[in-house]
Design a protein around this ligand. Sequence first.
Ligand code: PPS
Length: 311
Amino acid sequence: MALATAAGTRPPLREVAGVPLPATTVDNWSQIQGFEAQPDDLLICTYPKSGTTWIQEIVDMIEQGGDVERCQRVTIQHRHPFLDWARPPQPSGSTYLQRPVLSTHSEGVDRAAAMPSPRVLRTHLPTQLLPPSFWENNCKFLYVARNAKDCMVSYFHFQRMNQTLPDPGTWEEYFETSVSGKVAWGSWFEHVKGWWEIRKKFQVLFLFYEDIKRNPKQEIQKVMQFMGKNLDGPVLDRIVQETSFEKMKANPMTNHSSAPKWILDQSISPFMRKGTVGDWKNHFTVAQKERFDEIYKQKMEGTSIHFCTEL
Ligand code: PPS
């Protein structure tokens, strides 16, 4: 049963091939699957709450040669179409209603189709659900991974404020939902493992949130090289400054403050919340940490991937 909220009733998730997704994404699944990628597309891929917005701003700053004003042209959610997103119907009685919104299309696919190449796009889809044309065209993929514990905490607060996703309940309840992979876009473990395993077979730049936090200039340089750009030291320093958590939190073009309250209610929790490594320690009990570490060991057995959970 869907949980009632102040804004109305939150839509329950549905599934594609066992992966829970927002219902509107599933409604538009054939359009999303049929998306026609171009060989020069760059696709930003992340599990939710792994630093998508951060890497988007970094990529755009690189694309614009460090020109801050040009990065202010439009909000971050409109710069890089979100392929697997279709707007849910607006709850009746909402004061934010400007015009009736029908989710008969993926907004992301429509926006991408109308965009000139070379395009930068984004997705939260796991490898097995990616539209096949991305593989067929050997596109570039920029994957950002964040440690599972901080991701879980960030996602919990995001689900509290995102009225289009299921209500997370208490932290204890959410912990169980999350470890069982019953959240939108599915299991963190499967997502990260899937992208890690294919990274050498395709053009994948695999980055870690924690590395960008520790050494932003070095990681931004990797992105720049992957994009085939060449920017000098002072421009890179400007990009580091402009993409800091504090700057992006204060920037209306990156902090999602223009999203309507019936989608993101930032009075519950801000989108730019803490932006740190290790906030999980403020949420996980000792018992939860021990249980999680055990599950992690089982699920990640045999992979060579290594995460930092504190700096
Ligand atoms: S979403 O909804 O999936 O697109 O969210 P996403 O952008 O992937 O992740 C949001 C979290 O990333 C943090 N963030 C940053 N951290 C450090 N530096 C910068 N510049 C930055 N920008 C966004 C954001 O605060 C969310 O993490 P938490 O832990 O909730 O603060």
